[in-house]
Design a protein around this ligand. Structure first.
Ligand SMILES: O=C(O)c1ccccc1NCC(=O)[C@H](O)[C@H](O)COP(=O)(O)O
Length: 221
């Protein structure tokens, strides 16, 4: 069995100071800010910069864009100079490359979608965030059929879409992603995170990692 680093955790769609602090305390490695005006989780770049100032070293701010206007993209890039960019709309490889920043590209998984071809097109992506195909692009809390995922994706995979403390262990054991991403599953209302749900989610990820480590270190497996 392949060596498994600890599964990284991204919590997405934060809008409040307390939620940022609690997400970090729970164990998040990355915090997502939604720069998509139609989302109930939208924050302006200036607001995101305020929130991101709370982050300690080694916790990465991620700025999520959906077919953003050049002005919004430029404002986001300026407000958060150290952010990882997440393209969650219909952006082309050239669009993703243009800012010259590391980026994640979201893939909308549905039957017939060719993730290997997508990975080939977005070969410059730091990672591919695999999400359910939902109306409105994302953050819909919908799980997709994980069996659609090929095992040999050539970029790091961020498993996303409808994850919560009750299904993330199975997701990690089945998919073995580099990271997991959650929004709806740790919320009390859209954009408002729950401390208890974030803690339970991160604890469940650690349980999955412990199961994998146990299976790797046990003799004769
Ligand atoms: O959060 C939104 O409202 C949103 C709107 C448009 C595109 C993407 C959006 N969110 C993406 C995410 O929060 C996550 O990357 C992912 O889709 C997980 O969401 P969830 O299924 O709610 O856990």
């Amino acid at each position: 069995m392949k060596h498994h680093a600890s599964t990284r955790i991204k919590i997405c769609g934060l809008t409040r100071e307390a939620d940022v602090d609690l997400a970090v305390e729970a164990g998040a490695d990355a915090i997502g800010f939604v720069f998509y005006e139609r989302s109930p989780r939208y924050v302006s770049p200036a607001r995101a910069a305020e929130l991101a100032r709370r982050l300690p070293p080694f916790v990465t701010p991620v700025g999520l864009f959906v077919n953003a206007s050049p002005a919004l993209l430029a404002q986001g890039l300026a407000a958060l100079p150290n952010m990882l960019v997440q393209f969650h709309g219909d952006e082309t490889p050239a669009d993703c490359r243009a800012p010259g920043r590391p980026f994640l590209r979201a893939a909308r998984m549905e039957p017939g979608f060719d993730l290997l071809d997508f990975a080939h097109q977005f070969s410059e992506a730091s990672g591919l965030l695999v999400d359910a195909h939902v109306e409105g692009y994302g953050g819909g809390g919908k799980v997709f059929d994980w069996s659609l995922l090929p095992t040999n994706v050539p970029r790091p995979v961020v498993l996303s879409g409808g994850l919560h403390a009750g299904n993330v262990i199975e997701g990690i054991l089945r998919v073995r992603p580099w990271a997991v991403d959650v929004s709806s599953g740790v919320e009390e209302a859209k954009g408002l995170k729950s401390a208890a749900l974030m803690r339970q989610f991160c604890d469940a990820v650690r349980q999955a990692d412990a199961q994998i480590a146990g299976a790797v270190s046990a003799p004769n497996l």
